[in-house]
Design a protein around this ligand. Structure first.
Ligand code: OGA
Ligand code: MN
Length: 284
């Protein structure tokens, strides 16, 4: 069967919009294969005008692999435990996860032993301004580093820690409860290379999560922060970034193994925002 999918690059150095793809569990294999090929080529995919159907999002996401259940259990969708709700929406049994501290580049679930492979993020309610999500081409960011810096960071590992992230969030969102002991024990710090190699393409990219990395192994906290800041100054340049302004019904799928992303601010007293995230687990 000939796939019906169209592919149009986004206005950035990476990413593409797909047309003609139905987001359902029973999407034809040829279409799903075309989707996967585009995903591996472009790293960030946008699909517009997707119906608000969390069950279908879960079923489609599962075609990519087993799904994670989010560490912040309070923000999972009441009917679909694989759906993590993001934004300031609190109704219908949903208490979306709302963190005020933005400009926090990261890849999802980096605090896990095996970080997530991919995330699918759906705009159910989107503010008319603000609340964009920014994506960073971590492959280009690595490739354009000076050779001396590449040599300097070769073999270094960042210690990723959910507690570090939780404390960072607490500094930006007063009133947020500290992470409890049980969760702290469930997610002990884990080390991941600063330069990671993509398991499918073999391509190298920068794995920087400044709010999650407590330090670089074998380095002081101050030296670690200075190095990460220096790398982030390079990686965060406009030329590596795609800024997605959401329309309701947008689904964006990103590869957590070669891109970084961050939320941006919106007027949360004026507007509502509700996003559904499904998260494909990484393979050990
Ligand atoms: C996420 C995330 C960005 C946003 O849910 O993993 O980073 O724009 N969201 O809300
Ligand atoms: Mn994220």
């Amino acid at each position: 069967m000939i796939p019906s999918i169209g592919i149009r690059p986004l206005d950035a150095s990476f990413g593409a919009e797909l047309t003609g793809l139905r987001i359902t569990g029973d999407v034809a294999q040829a279409d799903f294969d075309a989707f996967l090929e585009a995903f591996h080529r472009h790293h960030v995919l946008l699909i517009r005008d997707v119906p608000n159907d969390p069950a279908a999002q879960v079923a489609f996401s599962r075609r990519m692999g087993p799904l994670e259940h989010h560490a912040a259990a309070s923000a999972v969708h009441p009917a679909y435990p694989e759906v993590f709700c993001v934004g300031n929406y609190t109704a219908d049994g949903i208490t979306a996860n709302f963190a005020r501290g933005v400009e926090q580049w990261h890849a999802d679930s980096s605090f896990r032993e095996v970080p997530s492979a991919a995330s699918l993020f759906y705009g159910a309610i989107c503010p008319p301004e603000g609340g964009e999500t920014c994506f960073l081409d971590a492959v280009a960011a690595y490739e354009t580093l000076p050779d001396a810096m590449k040599a300097r960071i070769e073999g270094l590992r960042g210690v990723h820690c959910l507690y570090t992230l939780s404390e960072w969030n607490r500094r930006h969102t007063p009133g947020r409860a500290p992470m409890d002991e049980a969760r702290r024990r469930a997610f002990p710090p884990v080390a991941h290379p600063l330069v990671r190699t993509h398991p499918v393409s073999g391509v190298k990219s920068l794995f920087l999560c400044p709010a999650v990395i407590s330090q670089i192994e074998g380095m002081s906290v101050a030296d670690s922060q200075a190095l990460i800041e220096e790398l982030m100054d390079h990686a965060g340049q406009e030329r590596f970034v795609y800024r997605h302004a959401w329309r309701e019904g947008d689904l964006v799928v990103w590869d957590n193994r070669c891109t970084l992303h961050t939320a941006s601010l919106f007027d949360h007293e004026k507007y509502l925002r509700l996003m559904f995230r499904t998260t494909v687990a990484g393979a050990a």
